[in-house]
Design a protein around this ligand. Structure first.
Ligand code: OSB
Ligand code: MG
Length: 362
């Protein structure tokens, strides 16, 4: 007998995370646990509010119990699962949570690390920090701290009215540090403001325009020398192909959940390598479970830029895994144990969850 247990739990963030689409003080976490011959885990990168994408924890749970559970009863092979799940439109984050749990399950049954299965070669990965919108003095002190702790790249969230002056001030204060900005689609009506950022030698400008506006990104890219990086626009390898053909972006932010799982992520990684497109791994304020997957995927040699992958204590007082991720000299060690290589603190998860659903599967 095996069962899937789904947990909802709220974990406070140490520092509020404000983006152009809202402020977040608490991470509303959605975890999937396979409990049978082995224990395996997946994290949905959705949250309680559909600000970054249309998916939220409610839709992810609904899609799981209504459609994905039936497919899971037919196959526990991650690639077979995700190919059968294609008939369900969208809901990539829900699919990814289940698919990645199955990758963990399969790797553990084979007694292998997921790193080995995906052909990862690095033992540690470079860490970058994504800092939300904060009052100026707090922002500057957080950047100072992050540089002191060894982060390899600083990313700032921007929105209209919190853009050029902020970047100018940060450049004045810190000189030529590796710096990027992320607009989360907010500049549709303020394209001129984005162009004004071109003189600050940013490594890239992430997602200035609406996720569906590839043409707009392409026009903007022609008028700027700073590379545009796409995040929300990329849901599949086909989207990456269109980005490349249209020159709508020159760098890819890969998020495993957003593209529907590890199988699709590997296709995007291959496409990036074959076409010389720099790729890096984004983050969604994951707990140690989703974080493990992000760290593992970055063990692939194609990831040449630091990701938005901070250690656990940048986000939470206590992570859901027994040995939280730590950073040393701006790097994080890649888990090499079986599966995703982290041990969830089940007692803590059980006691902290505000809801719990169990589904028997066989
Ligand atoms: O756009 O990259 C983004 C977090 C939540 C939603 C969207 C984004 C982010 C981040 C990543 O910037 C932060 C992190 O996980 O450290
Ligand atoms: Mg982003």
């Amino acid at each position: 007998m095996a069962e899937i247990i789904v947990y909802n739990m709220k974990i406070p963030l140490k520092v509020p995370f404000e983006t152009s689409f809202g402020v977040q003080n608490v991470r509303d976490v959605l975890l999937f646990r396979y409990s049978g011959d082995v224990e395996a885990w997946g994290e949905s990168v959705t949250d309680s509010y559909p600000g970054y994408s249309y998916e939220d924890n409610g839709t992810a749970l609904y899609i799981f119990r209504t459609y994905l559970l039936e497919i899971l009863k037919e196959t526990e092979d991650p690639m077979e699962f995700i190919s059968r799940a294609r008939k369900i439109k969208g809901h990539n984050m829900a699919k990814s949570a289940v698919e990645t749990m199955l990758w963990d399950l399969q790797a553990k049954r084979k007694g292998k690390s997921l790193k080995e299965i995906i052909g990862g070669s690095k033992e540690k990965i470079d860490s970058g920090i994504s800092i939300g919108i904060l009052p100026m003095e707090k922002l500057l002190s957080m950047i100072r701290n992050s540089l002191d702790r060894g982060y390899k790249r600083i990313k700032l969230k921007v929105k209209p009215g919190w853009d050029v002056d902020v970047v100018k001030r940060v450049r004045e204060e810190f000189g030529d540090i590796p710096l990027t900005v992320d607009a989360n689609q907010a500049f549709e009506k303020n394209v001129e403001r984005v162009k004004m950022l071109d003189r600050y030698e940013l490594l890239m400008i992430e997602q200035p325009l609406n996720e569906r506006n590839l043409l707009g990104h392409s026009k903007l890219q022609r008028e700027m020398s700073t590379p545009i990086c796409l995040d929300e626009s990329i849901h599949s390898v086909e989207d990456a192909e269109r980005m490349y053909e249209m020159d709508a972006g020159r760098i890819i932010n890969l998020k495993i959940g957003r593209v529907g799982g590890l199988s699709e992520s590997l296709r995007i990684i291959d496409f990036s390598r074959e076409n010389g497109i720099p790729i890096w791994c984004g983050g969604m304020l994951e707990t140690g479970i989703g974080r493990a997957l992000n760290v593992i995927v970055q063990s692939r040699k194609e990831f040449t830029l630091p990701g938005d992958t901070s250690p656990s204590d940048r986000y939470f007082e206590k992570d859901v895994i027994k040995r939280p991720f730590i950073m040393e000299k701006g790097t994080i060690a890649v888990p090499s144990g079986n599966g995703i290589g982290v041990e969830p603190d089940i007692e803590f998860i059980e006691k902290s969850s505000y809801s719990r659903y169990a589904f028997r599967i066989g």
